[in-house]
Design a protein around this ligand. Sequence first.
Ligand SMILES: *Cc1c(COP(=O)(O)O)cnc(C)c1O
Length: 233
Amino acid sequence: MSDRITGIKDNLEKLQSRINNACQEAKRNTTEITLIAVTKTYPADDVDLLKQLGIDDVGENRDQEAALKRTQVQADFNWHFIGQLQSNKAKSVVSYAHLIHSVDRSSLAKEIQKSAQGVDKKQAVLIQLDLDQSGPDPTRGGLWPTELMALAQQITDSSHLELKGLMSVAPLAENPAVAFARLAEIRTEFLKTYPQATILSAGMSDDLEAAILHGATHLRIGSALLGERPKIG
Ligand SMILES: *Cc1c(COP(=O)(O)O)cnc(C)c1O
């Protein structure tokens, strides 16, 4: 095995034990958790190594990078789109995304619906919520929670969209456990109307324990698996 795969394998083992411990603490089963390897900034070769380690789900946050990498990767993956999405990129993202995590406005949902209809695909989506109580943060995206039910209704009424659940990123200025507790409350209410939309995409390298404790089903893990990224955002 190359040094690179050995390094990722070590990281994966540490990560899995963190996930196991957090599940035990939360009295949850590890089979409820899907690990999405966030491969942004990492090359296609790394993505192929992940397959050898049993990972089937990868996440990217920029269309340009994802669309190119996907053509370079040999193995089959579920490609998750987790970044802020401009409406004019919807068509491209729909062409490869297994799940779009970052639907946060009506105009974007409309554009995804139109693109999905064009290729006769039912596009699975999550609504991204903004948990930052200090006010909307335009750099991170997300819908204000008070607007959740209106967007959920729009998506449910769209012939080529399937609402699978919710996604959020913990705000920088708050303890993630507090933010994720709030998210869990919002989700409990939301599930009363949309019981099928059970995915909760929450938890990154530094806050996955808090996310698991508060119901996350999908973790988006980059640096804890692949190493520190060069600081380009
Ligand atoms: C980069 C990114 C992640 C992964 O972050 P790490 O801290 O490296 O685990 C998760 N979610 C989103 C939306 C991201 O952009």
